[in-house]
Design a protein. Structure first.
Length: 192
């Protein structure tokens, strides 16, 4: 049986992948993501490069297995945003996004000893105009400090948006399963 490794420390991606796969290993890729931000890549290129680098980092110790890696970032007014990590940064992101649209870019890399498959989902999200009080209340409720864009769409975060345009809602949660299934099937995995 072919083995799969999820190159991620994200609990969200692990839960998502369990929807389609019963067995896989999870390994943190341990790369310095911030070092890639200065390479002058477009937001899409950056997400794809980070997904690839995560897969390559894990492949070094798991060369006989199929690696799934993903990266997600927000593109807004020519800036790239990742996980806020602090409440203050999350508030700042919400104040920028409030009443406006942004792109959530989620790239997936599936890598084995013979092939490297890479695909990207771009979701357009339009946030409601939010008061400072509502932003603070939301952050206190959902604690989205480990989520790109500072929101958890699968929880209370859904209430913050006027419009969402995507071809895969799981992409917003961090791992577009339609892409994962498609790429695994290209490598002859049977799902289910």
């Amino acid at each position: 049986m072919k083995k799969i490794v999820l190159a991620s420390s994200s609990k969200y991606r692990k839960v998502l992948l369990h929807r389609i796969l019963k067995e896989f290993e999870t390994v943190s890729p341990d790369i310095d993501e911030k070092s890639f931000h200065s390479l002058g890549l477009s937001p899409r290129e950056l997400a794809e490069r980070l997904a690839l680098e995560k897969a390559l980092a894990v492949q070094k110790k798991h060369s006989d297995q199929t690696i799934i890696a993903s990266d997600q970032l927000v593109h807004f007014e020519n800036q790239v945003f990742g996980k806020p990590e602090t409440k203050e940064h999350a508030i700042g992101q919400f104040e920028l996004f409030s009443g406006k649209s942004h792109e959530l870019i989620t790239s997936v890399c599936v890598l084995n000893h013979a092939e490297c498959l890479l695909e990207t989902n771009i979701t357009q999200l339009t946030m409601k105009k939010l008061t400072h009080e509502r932003i603070q209340k939301y952050i206190d409720e959902d604690l989205p400090l480990d989520c790109a864009g500072s929101y958890k769409i699968e929880k209370l975060g859904i209430s913050l948006f006027e419009n969402i345009q995507t071809n895969d809602p799981t992409a917003i949660e961090g791992l577009p399963l339609t892409i994962v299934v498609k790429l695994l099937e290209q490598l002859d995995f049977q799902i289910p």
